[in-house]
Design a protein around this ligand. Sequence first.
Ligand code: FEO
Length: 163
Amino acid sequence: MISKKILEAINAHIQEEMYSSNLYLSMAAYCESVNLKGFAHWMRIQANEEHGHAMKLFEHLVDRGGKPQIKGINEPPAGFESPRDVFEKTLAHEREVTKKVHKLYEVALEEKDYAAQILLQWFISEQVEEEARVTETLEKLKSISEGSSAIFWVDKELRKRAG
Ligand code: FEO
């Protein structure tokens, strides 16, 4: 059994993860448009991972007899100024997601929902990893001056991300 409060909170977070997936797909489209194939590859994988996060929550609800609800998702932004802008927005977005995951965990604590707590501990660790990964690339981008061909070196690095 799952409480109504947890069911609603997890359903709301499924929506967040689906939004994240669309946001990164939109970023992949931008990166393709400026011919940064490595950046686009990285963002595609990120979009797939976010979809995977939504599915983890979906399956958790199903396993516990709760009904997942697929709600409308806001349109993500499509215009970005530069690869650095993309990664700044990615980091800002992930920090917001981290706050939401922590709030969700607090609900699981209040509800004494141990199964949800275990699942959400995975999400808490994942957020630490994601923020670190994005920060690492952002720091590289900050050290590159605009118009520098060093961007292609970062592009090559990002192309190596395994899916
Ligand atoms: Fe699913 Fe980027 O957090």
